[in-house]
Design a protein around this ligand. Structure first.
Ligand SMILES: [Zn+2]
Length: 270
């Protein structure tokens, strides 16, 4: 965590960079989303398969996926003519970091979208409700976060449905969104499989924070503020300390620009 003065310094650095129009590393050589090959994205936990016995839902069922008229199957951003953005998080890693990011979002008046990995939900099932109870949105980021675009059909489908079953068991819904693992864009086959599993859309993004490369909070802020615009869907990750430190100054800067951080469903709802 950065100290208060450290946070202010990080913000100053980010604002200066934004003023100069430097887009940060988003346009650079790192292209793959969600850190392919990064330690935290290695297979972990149980393989896809039947979830453990159901437990009663603790609250009303979460929202089901919906189809958004006029939107493509794969959505990379929302309307550009409204001052809203969606901060979307790869749900994995240390639960303390996840809780710290959620708390920072709530303190800053933001609602976010968490795409949870199924094996992470197996290890920390209480986080599903924590996310929903904070007014955030919860979705599916595959069971094990493998390179889904490279998988045979049956295996890729099991990755999607494995996570969907866990979400359903924990929340009453398969989650409002599906995001493919280790890629910004799904192949046509993965898009088709997501639809078969009950997700009318695949959620991509147009701003990559590159927080999973641990570049420091100031760089995360610089990258996001240098590329974000109305309608943007920003890819961020739980599991990295930089992201926690970046959240307060990032939300301050979004507020200064009058950009509201809303859930992805809110972003796309007219
Ligand atoms: Zn990911």
């Amino acid at each position: 965590m950065l100290s208060q003065p450290g946070r202010r310094a990080a913000l100053r650095v980010a604002l200066r960079a934004a003023a100069l129009g430097t887009a940060g590393a988003a346009a650079g050589g790192l292209t793959a989303a969600c850190g392919p090959g990064r330690p935290d994205t290695a297979p972990s936990g149980s393989p896809p398969g039947p979830p453990r016995p159901a437990r009663p839902a603790q609250a009303a069922p979460a929202a089901a996926p919906r189809r958004f008229a006029g939107q493509p199957v794969e959505i990379g951003h929302g309307p550009r003519d409204r001052p809203r953005v969606a901060l979307t998080f790869h749900g994995n890693g240390d639960p303390a970091i996840a809780r710290a990011v959620l708390a920072a979002a709530e303190k800053g008046g933001a609602r976010v979208t968490v795409l949870a990995i199924g094996s992470w939900l197996d290890a920390h099932p209480e986080l599903a409700r924590r996310i929903l109870d904070g007014g955030h949105e919860l979705g599916n980021h595959t069971q094990r976060h493998l390179a889904i675009n490279d998988m045979p059909e049956a295996e890729a489908y099991a990755e999607i449905t494995g996570c969907a079953q866990r979400l359903k068991r924990l929340t009453g819904s398969i989650g409002t969104w599906f995001r493919p693992s280790q890629t910004q864009y799904a192949t046509p086959l993965v898009r088709k499989l997501a639809q078969r599993a009950g997700y009318p859309h695949v959620l991509s993004y147009d701003v990559d924070s590159l927080d999973f490369t641990s570049p420091g909070a100031a760089a995360v802020i610089r990258t996001v503020t240098g590329t974000i615009r109305p309608g943007s869907v920003v890819s961020l990750h739980f599991g990295y300390a930089d992201t926690v430190d970046a959240m307060p100054p990032l939300l301050e800067e979004l507020a200064r620009r009058k950009l509201r951080a809303v859930t992805t469903t809110e972003l796309l709802t007219p």
